[in-house]
Write a protein that binds this ligand. Sequence first.
Ligand code: MN
Length: 262
Amino acid sequence: MKILITNDDGIRSPVLTALADALHREHEVLVAAPATDQSGMSQAFTHGLEKRLAFKADSASPYPKYEVLGTPCDCVKFAVAHLFKATEIDLVLSGINLGENAGMSAVYSGTVAAAREGAMWGIPSIAVSVWKNAPDRLGHAVDWLLRLLRKPALLPQRSRDGRTVGLWNVNFPPCAPGEIAGTSVTSMSTVMFRDSYEAIRTEHGLTEFRLLGYKPEADFREGTDDWALAHGRISITPLQVGQSDGAEAARVAAFQADWGSL
Ligand code: MN
């Protein structure tokens, strides 16, 4: 398979290299990743006549590897529309992110947004995140992905009419690999963070604020990604690019006469 790898932790993330090196043994690997940590950038991208995108090739890499001075979305866009324009990419793999991207985290995540960008280009895409930075967990996630890629029927697909494309958000739970309770195909949790700001006095006498947030575990619903992770399970959440709310559309469409009179 021809696999485009990107992330939001930046090209110097040791996880990115470990993943790309491992996949390179069995697949055609292409890498385009941000020059700096772009966590929490969601799908921000660089555009406008005055804004430019710079990039640098790693000539020592055994596979094409580009550092892009931009966001994760920029990396996928630039890779598909320019760097690897002549290549038919089979899969976009975004990650492996250090930190969970389940539920509402997926909205803020640059890792998930890069996969969403891939899906928007019609390429099946997977975002992968692990809870914490522990070497055994990362090795396990890389091996898991290698085994998954050997089973093409399991992977996210393009529909026959080309209208829809598979987009997955995969998260590994906080436990050690040997303690993982199983794998669940889940829905996206909508439990919001309990956010608060901690005031910090700087050495210059200024007050600055740091965001502290957590998700209240008691609110997690069974069947969601947040719940699966809290129960030691690997979570696979298929996502859709379209965000339409059919029920709300039906409710407001009933006011047809009113819309015409505004
Ligand atoms: Mn990140």
